[in-house]
Ligand binder design. Structure first.
Ligand SMILES: Cc1cc2nc3c(=O)[nH]c(=O)nc-3n(C[C@H](O)[C@H](O)[C@H](O)COP(=O)(O)OP(=O)(O)OC[C@H]3O[C@@H](n4cnc5c(N)ncnc54)[C@H](O)[C@@H]3O)c2cc1C
Length: 381
């Protein structure tokens, strides 16, 4: 833990949230993996405890402490299912920040207050069936009709999409333009033109609800525009740093948790008359994993420190996201190997972690896009 970054109050909060995760989330992880979503009551419970609003201003019911939210993202991974953190993260760290940064006072009051209480659940809907990384090529169209907007199109892979109360939605308001033709909207999902076309089945993150959505002549009021018309692309890019930092801290703490459990196993499992942890090759696997995790942690905290100092550390955030996502996949793969045949069985959490971690090099911007950003910043491409 970075001493300069986190303060003693964060250590106290870490302990509190760790107990909450152990007592109220982890025991239900299997049930929620089966159900394919985290129940609404958990959002409400976390809202009542103040856990959903930690980075948000007090006037909307928040705690005004972004680092406390980072502690939550680190600790929630310990609940034995990354899908749980995904649903909560999509709501507090991915969708609602758009409203916090770009919303009008009216939009903030309407959506943030029930959102932070966990009474309403949100999603961020950008990705479409035909385009993900290439955000500027989205096709969902929003056209003015008097005082209203009429929206047509579709979205896919949307976390919380299949059961959210409001969504932050990207649509083309000027199809002639790529980057400067996108606007953001905040839309209630009880709108008649909104439909969940599919709840998607996935390799991992199985406790997270992922939806495919369609909008057919969906009429939304003029005041649903979020931020400036045709500035949506830049608003989306501006919000990526926080999302990528939350994914990076989650990758580090997920990898650390997997290492810790695997080490316990390796000390107890015997082969050839001794614990497998005592074979030098296995001990060295642990040394390698601990080194990679520490490198990821320091890189992430370095990027977070810059972010907290008010900088826009795109390079460091992209490096942290790239390094930590891959590192977590490598760590969990090595851990699974150390479990041997039991690693392939569902009775140990490592099999689920193996599936869950695989999302990290894809979600929130792929590894290839992170490399593209970093190499551009190096002046190469
Ligand atoms: C479980 C899950 C949850 C998600 N949640 C959300 C959500 O809540 N909201 C949301 O809007 N989206 C969400 N996504 C979508 C996610 O952000 C996209 O999957 C991701 O951005 C990649 O887009 P894509 O899948 O369309 O892949 P594509 O963009 O089609 O990319 C396919 C491959 O081509 C590579 N590629 C693309 N462009 C380049 C390039 N310029 N240079 C080199 N390689 C390139 C990619 O890296 C990738 O390997 C989620 C996805 C998953 C799987």
């Amino acid at each position: 833990m970075s001493r300069d970054l986190f303060q003693p109050e964060h250590d106290i909060f870490r302990q509190t949230i760790r107990e909450f995760v152990e007592n109220e989330l982890a025991p239900h992880a299997d049930e929620w993996e089966e159900a394919g979503e985290v129940p609404r009551e958990i959002f409400e419970r976390m809202g009542a405890l103040g856990y959903l609003g930690m980075r948000y201003p007090e006037e909307y019911g928040g705690g005004d402490d972004p680092l406390a939210e980072m502690v939550l993202h680190e600790e929630i991974v310990r609940c034995r299912s990354a899908g749980v953190g995904a649903d909560i993260g999509a709501h507090i760290a991915i969708a609602m920040p758009h409203i916090l940064h770009y919303g009008t006072e009216e939009q903030k009051k309407k959506y943030l207050i029930p959102g932070l209480q966990g009474k309403w659940i949100s999603c961020l809907a950008i990705t479409e069936p035909d385009t993900g990384s290439d955000v500027a090529s989205i096709k969902t169209r929003a056209e003015r009709d008097g005082d209203n907007w009429v929206i047509n199109g579709s979205k896919t892979f949307i976390t919380n999409g299949a059961r959210c109360d409001f969504m932050v939605l990207a649509a083309k308001t000027n199809p002639e333009k790529k980057y400067s033709g996108i606007s953001m909207f905040v839309v209630d999902t009880d709108n008649p033109g909104f439909e969940v076309t599919r709840k998607l089945d996935k390799l991992g993150w199985r406790a997270s609800s992922t939806g495919e959505l369609a909008f057919t002549d969906m009429v939304v009021p003029g005041n649903a525009l979020l931020g400036e018309e045709n500035r949506g692309f830049y608003q989306i890019m501006g919000m990526f740093a926080w999302e990528r930092l939350t994914l990076s801290v989650g990758a580090v703490s997920g990898a650390q948790g997997c290492l810790d459990e695997t080490l316990n196993y390796a000390k107890q499992r015997h082969a050839f008359g001794k614990p497998i942890a005592n074979f030098q090759v296995i001990a060295h696997y642990f040394a390698d994993m601990a080194t990679k995790i520490e490198a990821g942690r320091q890189l992430t905290y370095h990027a977070l420190e810059k972010y907290m100092a008010g900088e826009d550390p795109i390079r460091e955030v992209s490096m942290a996201k790239l390094f930590c996502g891959r590192m977590a996949c490598e760590v969990v793969d090595t851990c699974l190997q150390i479990y041997g045949g039991y690693g392939f069985m569902e009775e140990y959490d490592v099999a689920r972690a193996y599936r869950d971690m695989r999302l990290l090099p894809i979600g929130g911007g792929t590894d290839e896009i992170m490399r593209e950003i970093i190499s551009r910043m190096m002046g190469i491409t």
